[in-house]
Design a binder for this molecule. Structure first.
Ligand SMILES: NC(=O)c1ccc[n+]([C@@H]2O[C@H](COP(=O)([O-])OP(=O)(O)OC[C@H]3O[C@@H](n4cnc5c(N)ncnc54)[C@H](OP(=O)(O)O)[C@@H]3O)[C@@H](O)[C@H]2O)c1
Length: 225
C-alpha cells in the first residue's frame, strides 16, 4: 500500500487532499493539531504536531519517513492587515508553518523519496506571484515556498522525484476567518477545496513532473468585513 504524509490534514484543502489519497488507496499520515472533525475511519493515522515545534516535528517525521511515497505540504496560516499591525509572534508563526516546516520535512524525507521515485506537492498561493498589500508577510512566505519548490524541482528531477507547486486563489475554507476582508459569496467568486484537491490529483496521476498549477475562480471580488 502506498503511503503519503499530508500536513494541514485537519481542515479545508488538506482535509480534501487526505480524502483524495485515501480514496485512491493510500495510507495517510495526517499532520495537524485539532483532529476533532476528522471523518476517516481507516487508512489514516493522525500525527498531533504543532509545526512550530521543530524538535517534535523532526522526531515524528523520522519515525514514519521510511516507505513514504508522497509528501504534501498543505498546512498554512495567514494574518492580514497593515504590516505594522502584524506582531512578531504572528510573523514567526507564518514563517515557521508556511516555509520552515515544509523545508524541514522535505529535507528529512528526500532521501527516501529519491529511493522510491516519489512526489512532493506544495500548496502555495497566487499571492506568491503578485504584490500583496495587507498580506506582505504572508505573501512573502508563500513566494518563498514557491521559490523553494521551483529550485527543488530542478534539483530533484534527475533523481526521479517529481516536485509540484499549486497556486490556488481564494478558496472556500476557514483560512480567512481572521482576516479583515471576505470574499463575495457565490461559487463563481471562490474555489472549493475539492477543486484544489483535483489539481493535486492531476499532478499525482501525471507520468511526467508538473512544475506548477495555478487555479483561479471565474470572478474576483473581495470586500472589507
Ligand atoms: N483558502 C484560501 O483561499 C487559500 C488560497 C491560497 C492558498 N491557500 C493555502 O492552502 C493551505 C491550506 O489552507 P486552507 O484554506 O485549507 O485553510 P484552513 O482550513 O485554515 O487549514 C489550515 C491547515 O493548516 C494547519 N495548521 C495551521 N497552523 C498549524 C500549526 N502551527 N501546526 C500544525 N498545523 C497547522 C491547520 O491544522 P490545525 O488547525 O489542526 O493545526 C489546518 O489543517 C494553506 O497553506 C494556505 O496558505 C489557501
Amino acid at each position: 500500500m502506498k503511503k503519503a504524509v499530508i500536513t494541514g490534514a485537519t481542515s479545508g484543502i488538506g482535509l480534501e487532499i487526505c480524502r483524495l489519497f485515501i480514496n485512491k488507496g493510500y495510507f495517510v499520515y495526517g499532520i495537524g493539531r485539532n483532529f476533532d472533525k476528522i471523518p476517516f475511519e481507516e487508512n489514516f493515522e493522525p500525527l498531533l504536531i504543532d509545526l512550530k515545534d521543530r524538535e517534535k516535528l523532526c522526531r515524528e517525521i523520522k519515525k514514519i519517513r521510511n516507505d513514504v511515497d508522497v509528501l504534501v505540504n498543505c498546512a498554512g496560516v495567514g494574518y492580514f492587515g497593515l504590516h505594522e499591525e502584524i506582531s512578531a509572534e504572528k510573523i514567526h508563526e507564518m514563517t515557521a508553518v508556511n516555509i520552515e516546516a515544509p523545508m524541514i520535512i522535505t529535507s528529512l524525507m528526500l532521501r527516501e523519496l529519491k529511493r522510491k521515485g516519489g512526489r512532493i506537492i506544495n500548496i502555495s498561493s497566487v499571492t506568491a506571484k503578485s504584490s500583496s498589500p495587507h498580506g506582505a508577510a504572508y505573501g512573502a512566505t508563500k513566494a518563498a515556498l514557491t521559490a523553494f519548490s521551483e529550485s527543488l524541482f530542478d534539483e530533484a528531477r534527475k533523481y526521479g522525484v517529481k516536485v509540484s507547486v499549486i497556486h490556488p486563489d481564494m478558496t472556500d475554507t476557514a483560512f480567512y476567518n481572521n482576516a479583515d476582508f471576505e470574499c463575495e459569496e457565490g461559487i463563481e467568486f471562490s474555489l472549493s477545496p475539492i477543486e484544489v484537491a483535483r489539481a493535486v490529483e492531476t499532478v499525482l496521476d501525471a507520468p511526467y513532473p508538473i512544475r506548477d498549477i495555478t487555479l483561479s475562480p471565474q470572478k474576483h471580488r473581495i470586500h472589507r468585513k
